[in-house]
Design a protein around this ligand. Structure first.
Ligand SMILES: [Cu+2]
Length: 144
């Protein structure tokens, strides 16, 4: 009788460990580091040196629509149009891929703002949140 009880304890212990092991093994390598959970390119959290300038022209289009900068740098956005724009990271409406871009936010006519620095390499799309389907107000920041 004592022998059976001991065997049961061992069996229960083994199966519990197997369950825990299966659960723990399921979590993939998750991004560590605060603030940038889920971001493709995390933000340095501060404005860096400007590596490129993107201008919204009087024609209502960004120019150039693609720029390349180095890791740690920012991008300058200039609004030379007569409309207010709200420049944000893709994807719309979550703006989670590259939070550095969200530092631009509302850009009034005549205003100049910088993104936060980009902490890693990658490709970051942006758009005008008020005109999310306007291709002329979309672009890409490449960090290499
Ligand atoms: Cu948006």
């Amino acid at each position: 009788m004592r022998g059976v009880k001991a065997w049961l304890r061992v069996a229960v212990g083994v199966s519990t460990m197997a369950l825990l092991g299966a659960c723990g093994g399921g979590s993939p390598t998750s991004p560590s580091g605060g603030g940038g959970s889920g971001a493709r390119v995390t933000s340095t959290g501060t404005v860096g040196a400007s590596g490129a300038t993107i201008t919204i022209g009087a024609n209502g289009a960004v120019s150039p629509s693609q720029v390349t900068i180095a890791v740690g740098q920012s991008v300058t956005f200039v609004n030379s149009s007569t409309s207010v724009h709200d420049m944000e990271s893709d994807p719309h409406p979550d703006h989670t891929n590259c939070p550095s871009i969200n530092n631009i936010n509302i850009l009034s006519p005549g205003q100049t703002k910088l993104t936060f620095g980009f902490a890693g390499t990658g490709s970051c799309g942006f758009h005008d949140h008020n005109n999310p389907d306007t291709a002329a107000l979309k672009g890409t920041i490449v960090i290499q």
